[in-house]
Design a protein around this ligand. Structure first.
Ligand code: FMN
Ligand code: FE2
Ligand code: FE2
Length: 504
């Protein structure tokens, strides 16, 4: 009905429009050549977003130009961000002016307003592109158009990507930089630090030795809009931000633990007073606390070794009952922060974050067409894709005629590194009964002992390869030995001669 009304209305309006035009004609002609008689005005522009951008001082010479995005529902079109996200960008005002990264396309207007305000009439000399992912590089060509003479600085890998995303070559507009290269801007000395696969191959960080600031690209970032705050010590980070910081790291960079460890080792050689990431607040206090989190996450060390994640996939509730009995046993046994998660209701990015937090993962799944219940299967596949490793796990399966979920879960886990099973698999037939409830209690006790470091875990499900080969260009690790002669790096494409043998 609404459609036909709209249509009628449209016809009426259109008819009125025609009649109106005829009437206008009858009232005489508009002055001819209006544009020639009056000089064309210069459009003054309008600050439509005045006030939505926030320029704040980071140090005496460094300004924050970033923009909050509170309307985005899914970051990277996959991660829910109910607290929003910020796209950070920084400007160094020295004898030369240097912009570090831009913002997402949704944030262009306030960003350019911030840039214009911060430059206050000065020219822009350099744009350092630390990361080519479009949430930071979307404004690239517009910066170049608005600030003629700006020189681009980026890695060789970023230069290649620029030709894919834009219609120009870096060699015509700037320079590529390498590890250790320096740029003096007057008072400040900038050094470029390569950070391949944190989390794309072209990433560089920049160290400002004068202010002791590390512009760290996506590393040390977090989901969450800043809302006028700028520094981590201005918010309640431990309670309100840490879960999102963990979810950001584990989901976005979690797979590349080795590469993050490499960067942490380099950062250890620098005198850093401030970490300026591309998302979330800046760190100027308690850097050690946050670096320690990164050290744990990137080495796949459980952040809370004595905590357990109990995750279940249940259609009608029987498996949910079993998982709840198990979680209750763990809680009664004195464990705090036991996370009981329904895989159908919990976003997989939260499950991944919890799995990185906890020392033990208990998996309970209904059997579904002789396989694992699909949301559980998807979650475990995602765990494997994020390189989750070095955890103890236990299994509960459920089925009404031929339970098969445990062996199928085990098949996925066997492809992951250093996953150690504790306790016997508990098999539920439709719903827990007295006997299986007792088995769950027993499993709970074995898990409690494992969390206390007392229970012997069974041998790792998969044979571990102790030796691998590491790409010198991007840090990619090939697990196994020997490296095939005709091997090419799946990340950056170089051949086998670029690989060095490493202990895993
Ligand atoms: C689509 C579908 C496929 C299933 N496939 C199997 C199966 O292959 N083997 C089996 O033993 N049970 C199978 N079941 C039954 C459930 O695994 C069983 O009823 C279980 O107790 C459900 O646990 P829940 O109460 O936690 O949902 C299937 C159920 C559904 C809805
Ligand atoms: Fe990124
Ligand atoms: Fe990013």
């Amino acid at each position: 009905m609404g459609t036909s009304m709209d249509r009628r209305q449209f016809i009426k309006t259109a008819a009125g429009g025609v009649a109106g035009a005829a009437m206008l004609g009858a009232m005489g002609e508009l002055p001819r050549a209006l544009a020639q008689e009056k000089p064309a005005p210069v459009f003054p522009g309008k600050k439509q977003f005045a006030g939505s951008g926030v320029v704040r001082k980071v140090t005496e010479d460094i300004l924050y130009l970033g923009v909050d995005d509170r309307r985005i529902a899914l970051f990277e079109n996959v991660y829910p961000v109910p607290r929003g996200v910020s796209y950070n960008s920084y400007l160094l005002l020295d004898d030369k002016t240097v912009l570090f990264d831009t913002v997402d396309r949704t944030a262009l207007n306030p960003f350019f307003e911030n840039l214009e305000t911060a430059l206050n009439g000065r020219a822009l000399d350099y744009l350092v592109i630390q990361h080519m992912e479009p949430d930071h590089s979307a404004a690239l060509s517009q910066v170049m158009a608005r600030y003629p003479g700006v020189k681009l600085l980026c890695s060789a890998a970023a230069a290649k990507m620029i030709e894919q995303f834009f219609d120009f070559k870096v060699e015509d507009w700037g320079y590529t930089v390498k590890e250790g290269m320096e740029l003096s801007t007057g008072k400040h000395k900038l050094t470029f630090v390569e950070a391949p696969m944190v989390h794309w191959p072209e990433v560089i960080m920049t160290y400002d030795a004068t202010d002791k600031v590390l512009f760290s690209a996506d590393a040390f970032g977090t989901f969450g809009a800043l809302g006028g705050n700028l520094f981590a010590d201005e918010v309640n980070f431990q309670e309100e931000w840490l879960p999102d910081a963990r979810r950001y790291y584990t989901n976005i960079v979690g797979k590349y633990g080795q590469q993050v460890q490499d960067v942490l080792a380099k950062a250890g050689t620098l005198d850093i007073a401030m970490l300026c990431p591309l998302h979330g607040p800046i760190w100027r206090q308690e850097l050690g606390w946050f670096l320690d989190k990164y050290s744990k996450w990137s080495s796949y060390t459980p952040e809370e070794p004595a905590a357990a994640l109990v995750m279940y996939g249940s259609i009608y509730g029987g498996t949910e009952n079993a998982a709840t009995l198990l979680a209750k046993r763990l809680s009664q046994g004195g464990k705090r922060n036991v996370a009981l998660c329904d895989v159908s209701k919990t976003h997989v990015s939260d499950l991944i974050a919890e799995a990185f937090r906890c020392g033990h993962i208990a998996l309970a799944s209904a059997t579904y067409n002789m396989d694992v219940f699909t949301p559980m299967k998807n979650a475990l596949t995602d765990f494997a894709a994020h390189n989750l490793q070095n955890r103890t796990y236990s299994l509960v399966e459920n089925g009404s005629w031929s339970p098969a979920a445990a062996s199928k879960m085990e098949a996925i886990l066997s492809g992951m590194k250093d996953m150690r099973k504790v306790g016997e698999t508990v098999t539920i037939l439709s719903t827990p009964n007295e006997e299986t409830a007792q088995q769950l209690d027993k499993l709970g006790d074995v898990i409690l002992a494992a969390l206390d470091g007392a229970a012997p875990a069974q041998a790792p499900a998969a044979a571990e390869s102790a030796v691998g080969w590491k790409c010198r260009v991007c840090g990619y690790i090939y697990e196994g030995d020997p490296l095939p002669e005709d091997y090419t790096c799946p990340v950056c494409g170089v051949d086998a001669t670029f690989f060095d043998k490493v202990e895993l």
